[in-house]
Ligand binder design. Structure first.
Ligand code: NI
Length: 199
C-alpha cells in the first residue's frame, strides 16, 4: 500500500510540474511600434524660457536571450527617432538619435508555464544624436548620453512561440547642449507595443 501511495504521489507530482515557459538558451525577437516621449521642461534657459523636446514614434525591435529560465538579457533597437525641439512653443530645430539599450530582465512567472509572462528590467542606455538642424545645429548640438534604463513588460503567449508584447522603459537621457554647457534632461518614457516569436 505504501508503494502504491508513493507511486500515486509521484505521478500527481509529475502532472503538477508545469512546463517551463522559458528555458535557458531561448531567444525572443519582438517588433512593434515604439514611442519616445520626453518629459516636460527639458532645459530651463532662465527667465521662464524653456526648451522642450517633442515625442516621436518609430519601429522598435527587441532581442532577448534567456540566460536562465528567469533571467534574460535584452537589447532594444529602433529605426532612428527624429525629435523637434521648441522654445516656448516655437520650433528651433530637429535632431535624430538612436538610443540602444541593454537590460537584464527578471521573469518571476517563468516556471509557472502561464501564458502571461511579466518582467522587469534594469539596463544601460547610450543615446547619440546626429543630423541636427536649425538652432540645434547652430548651438553645436547635443552631446551623447549614458544613463540607466528601468523597464517593465508583459508577454502574452498565444502559443509556445508566438506572443503579444507591451513594454515600457524609463530612460535617463541627459544630453549637454554644447554651446550652452547645460544638460537637456530628456528622460523619456518609452512605450512599445508589438508581437514576438520565441525560438
Ligand atoms: Ni535625467
Amino acid at each position: 500500500m505504501k508503494l502504491v501511495k508513493t507511486l500515486l504521489a509521484a505521478s500527481v507530482a509529475m502532472i503538477a510540474v508545469p512546463t517551463m515557459a522559458y528555458e535557458a538558451g531561448d531567444i525572443m525577437v519582438k517588433a512593434g511600434v515604439i514611442n519616445v516621449n520626453p518629459k516636460d521642461d527639458n532645459l530651463n534657459l532662465g527667465g521662464g524660457t524653456k526648451v522642450q523636446v517633442e515625442d516621436d514614434t518609430q519601429l522598435g525591435l527587441t532581442l532577448t536571450y534567456m540566460v536562465t529560465p528567469h533571467i534574460g538579457v535584452e537589447v532594444l533597437a529602433a529605426t532612428p527617432f527624429k525629435h523637434s525641439a521648441t522654445i516656448d512653443g516655437d520650433r528651433i530645430g530637429t535632431t535624430q538619435h538612436l538610443p540602444p539599450t541593454v537590460s537584464v530582465q527578471y521573469y518571476p512567472l517563468s516556471a509557472s508555464g502561464s501564458e502571461w509572462q511579466p518582467y522587469v528590467g534594469l539596463g544601460v542606455n547610450h543615446t547619440f544624436f546626429y543630423d541636427e538642424k536649425g538652432a540645434l545645429d547652430t548651438l553645436k548640438g547635443l552631446d551623447r548620453s549614458w544613463g540607466l534604463a528601468y523597464s517593465a513588460g508583459l508577454n502574452y503567449h498565444i502559443d509556445d512561440n508566438w506572443m503579444a508584447n507591451v513594454a515600457v522603459w524609463k530612460v535617463d537621457i541627459d544630453a549637454e547642449l554644447r554651446a550652452v554647457g547645460k544638460d537637456v534632461e530628456i528622460d523619456p518614457l518609452v512605450i512599445m507595443v508589438g508581437a514576438g516569436y520565441k525560438f
